[in-house]
Design a protein around this ligand. Sequence first.
Ligand code: ATP
Ligand code: MG
Length: 577
Amino acid sequence: MRLSQILIQTLREDPADAEIPSHRLLARAGFIVKTAAGVYTYAPLMWRVVKKFAQIVREELDREGANEVMLPIIQPRELWESSGRWERYVTDGIMFTLKDRKGSDMCLGPTHEEVMTDFVSAQVNSYKQMPVNCYQIQDKFRDEIRPRFGLMRGREFIMMDAYSFDADKQGLDVAYQKMRDAYCRIFDRCGVDYTVVQADSGAIGGAGSEEFMVIADSGEDAILFCRESGYAANVEKASSRLPSAPDGGEPQPLEKHETPDVKTVAQLEAFFPEWVAGRMAKTVIYKATFAEEEKIIAVMQRGDLEINEVKLVNAIDALNVELASDEDIEKATGAETGFAGPVGLSEDITLLADKSLKGRANLLTGCNETGFHCLNVNLGRDAREPDYHDLRLARAGEGDPETGAPLQEARGVEVGHIFKLGTKYSEAMGATFMAQNGKPTPFMMGCYGIGVSRTPAAAVEQHHDEKGIVWPVPIAPFECVVAFLDKKRKEQVELAEQLYEDLRAAGVEVCLDDRQMSPGAKFKDHELIGLPIQVFVGRNAADGKVELLIRKGLQKTDCSAEEVVAKVCDALAAGRQ
Ligand code: ATP
Ligand code: MG
């Protein structure tokens, strides 16, 4: 390919809305062009990257016997009603919906469990036809609250989504493991540093799920991990050893103290010096949203620990929770924010507590009276016993749940998610097959996603320097570029053409930069675009000499024209390692 024929428009300036390196660099190198918030055009070079990554995904899934299909983007409401998800997705606001000319509701697929389940259940009638695994690589639509970071969080983005159908749980376990292995090969092949972490499986249930995280400071997810034990989990899901706290001793009589303007744990520690945070219980008031109603709930946590809101949502099977407003708190507790507690809490308000509080004596808590706190609160005696759940946010430095070794924290970009669904969708949708025992049985399903547009952006997040992108060889738009520096010098043009042909003949994915621009501008462009190997044919062409540049580390060497093919092939082989 000749770059004069490819639409390439690099920019001098970073776009104003670009906060992270991959967004900045992909936009400045002209790879992506914004059409609307979270909606991008993939310019020719970017599209080559996406196609190369998609090809890696295809090869590894096909190796496991998965079938590539193409499902419709536009989906009827009825299908989403059959799984019971229409209402939830519409209320969430995540789904783009529209009406056809007859007034029927449709949506643009944010995900495809329903369509795929409907499709497969019409094709597969007997256990003898399984296992089945189908996938597609297609645009998804989600009206994200905060579209940002370029391709990282789009409203239209490309996903590979796969769905496995098995007769029983053992079948699902095998299908899941095969996909997990395929995912590892995919991310190994495209040269990103990633970690597989335990993930929250949300309201769908405890069947288990894992996320593939590309480690990067700009990642929106926090991960806790321990190198020694191999434990790694999304902080939404993570657990840790419970940090110790001083024992409360034998139950003492309840005391009520005036604590004017003392509201936070830190203020209470200053006010009652002998009561450290570990002897307190804070009570946080939340507004919980359920399918049918909203409820104000009270959640207790030990003063030195934090509440994990994802665990809280799962524990009460809510759609989501948010901190209650000062107004709602006052209405629910009769006190200003900062004084809520179990003592004297209205029976109408659900009271939950983290397990760390179970059996702890003589706590310091609020008592739902502005300007007062209680000492020596004993749950069950001075207040009702709450419902205990694991609601604790694990934190870096706390012990690994198994070994006790300290957990470390890193940021990650979720590039893939694999999930044991079980029969949630097949049961709801009445999707059954004839089992070996002759009975209609719901399919045992798994679902699996990869961010096909997000992963290349995550790769840039890991592979760049202050000059520009440093593409990993397997997903680079071209492996190599040969560029002449002066179009008017015949010997340069001829040598460049020759090297371009030689490299092509050697199987290198090479392009010829035959654009007419100043040498300085050409060098700069290629620093930014970041093709792995760059061959510049300049002044020394007359002596059969060129300059070879390896983009990683910007290592330059002079080499003779005869050596170019061998050197490029060696450098590419090294880059693929
Ligand atoms: P997130 O937590 O980042 O919102 P998710 O868990 O909702 O993602 P899934 O439904 O698991 O996403 O989608 C599968 C994969 O699709 C994700 O692992 C991610 O790589 C990609 N993906 C999800 N949402 C987006 C988006 N808005 N833009 C780009 N890629 C996305
Ligand atoms: Mg996910």
